[in-house]
Design a protein around this ligand. Sequence first.
Ligand SMILES: Cc1cc2nc3c(=O)[nH]c(=O)nc-3n(C[C@H](O)[C@H](O)[C@H](O)COP(=O)(O)OP(=O)(O)OC[C@H]3O[C@@H](n4cnc5c(N)ncnc54)[C@H](O)[C@@H]3O)c2cc1C
Length: 442
Amino acid sequence: MAKKIIVAGGGHGGIACAAQLAAAGYEVEVYEKNDRAHMGYDWTDIFDPKSLRAAHLPMPPKEKYEYKTNMTFIPPAGRTPVKQDVPENELEIKMERKDIYDLIINHAEKNGVKFFFSQAVTGALLAGDRVIGIQTEKGDVYGDMVIDACGCESVLRASLPAVCGIQKHAGAFEKFYVYRAFYNKVDAEEPADPYKVYMLPNGRMGIGWVASEEDYSDLLIGEFEPFTVEEAEQKAEFFRKDNPILGDKVLRGGYMVEIPVRQPLSIMVADGYAAIGDSAFMTVPVIGSGLANSFKASKMLSDTIIADKSETYSAETLWDYQVKYFKELGSGMAPLALVKLLLAKITPEQLDYLFDNGILGADELTISADSTSLGSMLSFDPSLFGKAKNLFQDRELTTLVIKLGRDIGRAAAICATMPKVYGRYNVQRWAKGYDRLFRLKK
Ligand SMILES: Cc1cc2nc3c(=O)[nH]c(=O)nc-3n(C[C@H](O)[C@H](O)[C@H](O)COP(=O)(O)OP(=O)(O)OC[C@H]3O[C@@H](n4cnc5c(N)ncnc54)[C@H](O)[C@@H]3O)c2cc1C
């Protein structure tokens, strides 16, 4: 009899994994709290199209996407903007999130995945420490294993027994509170830089972007501290001053969401359980890439499940998924969480100094679709540290950057020592050291 895999939440990685498992003959069911018409946010996303191929997903029809333009990074004082220069063959695509969902849900259904919409998961069903199913608001569902694709604040992950050692909630400085809206476009001159990313805008700890599109202007404001939609409207005034095209009528979006900006989860699996996507914090801190990483991870997870000939889906057999994920993506991303912590500590003046003196230039900020490791994404290491001698006029900044370099080295060393074989004691001891590294020390 086919083994039954439950996917809790309709996260992108979970659906992509469901499709691969169903194609391999597993019985797969997805439980999603929203109804089908309300899947996903009402806006566009940017991601690496190669990640679709990696997850055995079809490319969307050409009219459904376009290639993303280079971003221009604006430092706090705005004096020395820096434009990226991403090679054409590495450009990401921009697509409506609802179209992405159509693409992956239709594909999964064709492969035999059963979807249960409007059915919220409320927690895990347990037999001892083993996950044997999910509790939903409409009743209990049993299966051979559960894939957690419930997103950043997964109720399923939060309901796991402490003995699994899996972190239940994202900590301070590990989430961005984001306001995003598409506004009308005011009839003004087209900006020379159509896609601007503001670093520490208006003295606030966070980022913002304004993109000039054909029929609308796209505003995003992300901060480490929560704020209200009313406060977002006030903050929008700062961006309007520099972007006369940004109107004041919200056409789409206009609400608050949370996005993880942190290192991957230190333990992603337990007996009968694996987390994927935002539930395992598979975003790249600072720049996102959550969709591409979730799609790529879906192949690693489905391969691991299919390779488990014992069909026990225990922490031991599922651990291989985490090992693969860290080897291919996680080890490169974890150090970026430290760069993000630098952003949380640096003053606007210090950040301006890095831009003004060419320490953060086009090379450092050219983030391509192939960017999966610190080395390919930011030339912080070693070139930034080579440039560190330019920093000596600002002692505090120099100390911050040198400490960052040391911590990045430590992060790489810790990721390299991740146990290859699962043993609860070994894995939890390793996870403790890994988690400690990312605690914000003021
Ligand atoms: C404003 C914003 C902009 C972004 N832009 C980009 C971008 O341009 N490119 C990019 O790659 N990434 C982007 N991301 C990140 C991206 O959305 C995620 O990293 C990616 O979707 C992976 O997350 P996920 O699918 O696992 O989780 P989610 O997108 O959070 O999906 C989780 C799903 O689970 C469902 N769910 C949650 N709880 C329950 C429950 N209890 N029961 C049942 N179902 C439940 C939710 O309804 C949802 O459908 C952006 C995120 C935000 C917030």
